[in-house]
Design a protein around this ligand. Structure first.
Ligand code: BTN
Length: 285
């Protein structure tokens, strides 16, 4: 951990003191090093832990991303977080949790932007969501979400909402990922207080979760859909079965991305890695 990140170190007490939530953050654990925070929250879920547990780590040695990928973040400068929740709404709506998580991170990052943009001569940063749940700032990824759920039949036992945010990660540590990934400190040109940022994300997540728990799915979908910058772009979607190319025309209530293909037909995509047209030139797959 470099000197600046040591100054921006966070601890459960400082995060709790900023929270003001009812459920999320009832208990906060911060570990120096773990395999994956999602695994620890999952084990707690299995052992009957009440919802609201927040598991944080300064470093993960087996961090997981979507689509079986690894999530790598240097120690001490990022947010690596998993939240245990016990949704009561239908498991058919599981995707709404992912929408809520990416929308919560989006809103917290937008607030940071408001402190950076107008007035100090710098243009405002473009904070958007790349379908389905990658947070982009100025077109590069700063955060990702991995929700994992335990069901028994149609019954939803619990969910772990995991997210990683590149907060105070210096450009040189991004290495080969620099063309597609970034950090908040790089984009906003200043160090970011992780405790404050995390508290904002968790507070937003709780208010969105409470909407879902009371059956109000519309506002969560509308907020997420308005933030998704994929719509209107030419995209490639890398699916397990192959690559699709088309124009992203809309997102639907179940989280699907609808593409218009070159033959004019529409295809719904429910999972996969999307590359925006702006990324295609700079990405070697
Ligand atoms: C992605 O964009 O692929 C999702 C990345 C999710 C990473 C976070 S970091 C905290 C939590 N623990 C994990 O092992 N993964 C998630």
């Amino acid at each position: 951990m470099n000197r600046q990140n040591a100054l921006l170190a966070y601890d459960p007490q400082s995060i709790a003191s900023l929270l003001g939530t009812l459920i999320i953050g009832r208990r906060i654990e911060l570990h120096p090093q773990v395999g994956s925070t999602n695994d620890l929250a999952w084990q707690a879920g299995r052992h009957g832990e009440p919802e609201g547990l927040v598991v944080l780590a300064e470093e993960q040695v087996a961090g997981r991303g979507r689509l079986g990928r690894r999530w790598i973040a240097p120690a001490g400068c990022c947010i690596l977080c998993s939240v245990l929740l016990r949704p009561r709404f239908s498991a058919d709506h599981a995707f709404y949790l992912t929408m809520a998580a990416s929308l919560a991170i989006y809103r917290a990052c937008k607030e940071l932007d408001e402190g950076t943009g107008a007035g100090d001569g710098k243009p405002a940063a473009a904070v958007t969501i790349k379908w389905p749940n990658d947070l982009l700032v100025n077109g590069r990824k700063v955060a990702g979400v991995l929700c994992e759920s335990e069901f028994s039949g149609k019954e939803w036992a619990f969910s772990v909402v995991g997210f990683g945010i590149n907060v105070n990660l210096p450009a040189e540590q991004l290495g080969d990922l620099r063309s597609t990934a970034t950090s908040l400190s790089i984009e906003f040109g200043r160090p970011i207080d992780r405790a404050r940022l995390l508290a904002r994300v968790l507070a937003e997540l709780e208010s969105l979760y409470l909407l879902l728990q009371s059956g109000q799915f519309g506002p969560v979908f509308a907020g997420w859909a308005a933030a998704v910058s994929t719509v209107g772009k030419s995209v490639q979607v890398l699916e397990p079965s192959g690559t699709l190319e088309g124009q992203a025309v809309r997102v639907e209530q179940d989280g699907a991305l609808v593409l218009r293909l070159s033959d004019g037909t529409e295809r719904r995509v429910l999972a996969g890695e999307v590359l925006h047209s702006t990324e295609l030139a700079s990405t070697v797959e």
